[in-house]
Design a binder for this molecule. Structure first.
Ligand code: CA
Ligand code: CA
Length: 587
């Protein structure tokens, strides 16, 4: 029944545990994926549910009991180079699936921490990840474990052996494309975006048949590019051009326009829409591309069957600060005047939090999630930023030598009020828990031209802390009022995902190495444990043999040490690592 491969034989403990649970052949179904949030014995989606709320109804670990929580095992990812570990673990039938730096996948016995198999994508020389060799996790479907690689491929592995079942090239890594986000599976299709906005790639979202990797549709995210749908192996225009070329871009710049949907997507079955965010328009130097530059720095609602853009909401039109709009859009409902509002919340790099109507993309309200925003004085009634023109980095063409434009100090820094690290929404407190950072940057523009496979910025920058005592701030935000209910300040920038539970707890990791458990209502620290290296992964919780478990990856890295300027110097003492830690209460 179970084949032994050359790479690694199944361990005895796995065969025994599979036999004990009698679920060796339990495949992940569309129903499992849709119900994931409320089924506590497994975690089969990125975000603990396709909505991405990162909320669990489990409450055995709660504000009363969490003090007793302790690690039960730790697993080392090995490898000679320790780099950022941004993965979210998945759990199915007592097996944990994680990704590691350099496009690796591990299957681990969730009871013991024993390795079951390991897959290494063996990357070519010349990959071009902008921001560390990280990966954020796998998707599960059927008997497959599916992930994206730094050389822009999708790879599907068999869950029991780690053997490749199918592999597809999504895009050309030599042009600057890569994949770091966890794909999601919706209605049997694997949906992925691509990274590469710093190299002038063309952003796109693609859907593949999860069973065999056949392409189903493609939706470019730069206005002017045609979308396609494949039927019976035939490529057809899906009839939706996504706008005409040259409307919001000058000349040919749309052909290298960036807008990379690099952080993956969410899905809400209620309105049957995918939600993907898009990154900066390329190049960063905004004076080269007058116009709003659709669909860069936006949130897009996409039809999961065809790839059609149903609505778009642009957070930073004509972005000049690298305020990528990729952050997750989380669906949630709330009551107002007795009526249910089908809303969605999203926290942007540009410093604002947006509440949108998720049926049509209408702006409901917006509010700041950092103390200092210098590039805009606020949002208008449609949610468009009100620019402070003097805070846009100057045009090099206006300078004496035409080499370097005026330097401005902009807040937030381009690494964002909030970057990729996913926030959580609690159904109990009706609050969003948003990991933010308070920093600013000196930024200036320079001339640049597109060249395949080269950095395409036309800008220089240095990031600086605003406060001596802290940069990271975990904020509890009320989406109905925009009020901050509490804040937790952290010396280093926060770069970890958040988890909220019915135990009135919010979990987050910090670069100092701690897994922190905070009181969801007050922000008081109820638990802390040092994992030995900085945490930049996303914690999960699940139930096994009647006990509640919590797991998180530890391993400092990601964009901050590489791009952080003065901030990177300030935290250069933090140690690297690469491990998974799993916790529970004593019996
Ligand atoms: Ca589940
Ligand atoms: Ca960017």
């Amino acid at each position: 029944m179970i084949k032994t491969t050359k790479t690694k034989a199944l361990s005895l403990s796995m065969i025994v545990s599979l036999a004990l649970t009698g679920m060796a052949n339990a495949n992940v179904t569309n129903k499992d994926i849709l119900n994931d949030q409320m089924t506590t014995e497994d975690v089969v989606t990125y975000g603990l549910g396709l909505k991405g709320q990162r909320y669990s109804p489990l409450k055995k670990i709660n504000t009363e009991t969490v003090k007793e929580m302790r690690p039960v095992w730790s697993f080392s990812l090995g490898g000679e180079k320790q780099r950022g570990q941004e993965s979210q673990p998945m759990i199915k039938d007592g097996v944990m699936y994680i990704t590691g730096s350099y496009s690796r996948v591990f299957a681990i016995d969730a009871r013991t921490g024993d390795e079951l198999w390991q897959y290494d994508a063996r990357l070519p020389d010349g990959i071009m990840p902008c921001c560390d060799v990280i990966n954020r996790g796998v998707a599960l479907y059927g008997d497959l474990v599916i992930f994206g690689t730094l050389d822009a491929k999708l790879v599907a592995l068999h869950k029991d052996t780690g053997k490749v079942v199918w592999k597809k090239k999504v895009e050309d890594y030599k042009a600057g494309y890569s994949i770091t986000a966890a794909p999601i599976v919706v209605k049997g299709k694997v949906i992925t975006g691509v990274a590469g906005g710093e190299f002038g790639i063309v952003g796109k979202v693609r859907a593949y048949d999860a069973k065999n990797g056949n392409l189903v549709w493609e939706r470019p995210t730069v206005e002017g590019h045609m979308g396609y749908i494949w039927k019976n192996g035939k490529k057809m225009e899906n009839g939706i051009s996504g706008g005409k070329a040259g409307q919001t871009w000058p000349g040919d710049l749309w052909k290298s326009g960036g807008a990379a949907p690099w952080n993956g997507g969410t899905y809400d079955a209620d309105v049957d829409l995918l939600f993907f965010g898009t990154g900066n328009p390329a190049p960063w130097n905004s004076h080269l591309r007058p116009g709003d530059n659709y669909f860069s720095s936006s949130r897009l609602a996409i039809d999961p069957d065809t790839g059609k853009i149903v609505w778009h909401f642009q957070t930073t039109p004509h972005d000049g600060w690298d305020y990528d709009g990729v952050n997750e859009l989380i669906s949630f409902d709330y009551k107002q005047n007795g009526k249910t509002v089908k809303a969605a919340g999203t926290a942007d790099r540009n410093g604002f939090f947006y509440v949108l109507n998720r049926e049509n993309g209408d702006f409901i309200r917006g509010f700041p999630i950092v103390d200092k925003i210098s590039w805009a004085s606020g949002l208008d009634k449609n949610g468009r930023p009100i620019y402070i023109d003097s805070n846009r980095p100057g045009n090099p063409a206006d300078s004496k030598k035409g080499k370097k434009g005026t330097t401005v100090t902009s807040a937030p820094a381009f690494l964002g009020a909030k970057n990729w690290m996913p926030m959580a929404y609690s159904k109990d407190t009706e609050l969003f828990y948003v990991p933010t950072n308070e920093w600013e940057m000196d930024i200036w523009n320079e001339p640049t031209a597109y060249k395949k496979g080269s950095a395409y910025l036309g800008a220089g920058f240095t990031i600086k802390a605003i406060n001596e005592a802290y940069i990271g701030v975990l904020r509890a935000m009320d989406p109905k009022t925009g009020k901050e209910v509490w804040r937790y300040k952290n010396y280093s920038p926060l770069w970890s995902g958040v988890l909220a539970t019915a135990g009135n707890l919010v979990f987050i990791g910090n670069p100092e190495g701690y897994l922190l458990g905070l009181n969801a209502k007050t922000g008081d620290v109820e638990y802390k444990f040092n994992t030995g290296s900085g945490i930049v992964g996303s914690p999960i919780t699940w139930e096994m043999d009647g006990e509640q478990y919590i797991s998180v990856l530890s391993g400092w890295g990601g964009a901050v040490p590489l791009w952080g300027g003065d901030v990177a110097k300030r935290i250069k003492h933090l140690n690297q690592g690469g491990s998974v830690w799993t916790f529970k209460l004593p019996k």
